[in-house]
Design a protein around this ligand. Sequence first.
Ligand SMILES: [Zn+2]
Ligand SMILES: [Zn+2]
Length: 144
Amino acid sequence: MQIDGACPCGLISFIADVDPTRVMVCHCTDCQVLSGSAFRVSVAAPMETFVLRGQPKSYIKVAESGNRRAQVFCPECATPLFGMAPENATSVIIRLGCVKQRAQLMPAVQLWQRSSIPWLSELHRVPGSAKQEGFLPVLPKPTP
Ligand SMILES: [Zn+2]
Ligand SMILES: [Zn+2]
């Protein structure tokens, strides 16, 4: 399946071919911190199908295992875009959030559940709204 993605500021965009049955959720603590969220969703693409436009920046994260991974992001808006081996990469692991077709890419596996955030399994019970309505605005207390 061909996908395309971009960061919101538009500096970086890409196209790639992915296998839609190989979308993964990762609950490892690195993914939580690097995504700024509770977990990260990614899909792999072979390097030869990956066409990148723009010049992203990368940060090398050394995992507990000693593995080095380049975490690639937009230097302007800081959107996480993909991860890859720092040298001789044969694939890119694309972050689903910046992929236009993300709604069609249902995860097939969840990794590192041992560090999964405990309230995730309760999330379906949390009240929601279609748009932004959530908590009532909290007004600052008047100073005496
Ligand atoms: Zn950007
Ligand atoms: Zn992870």
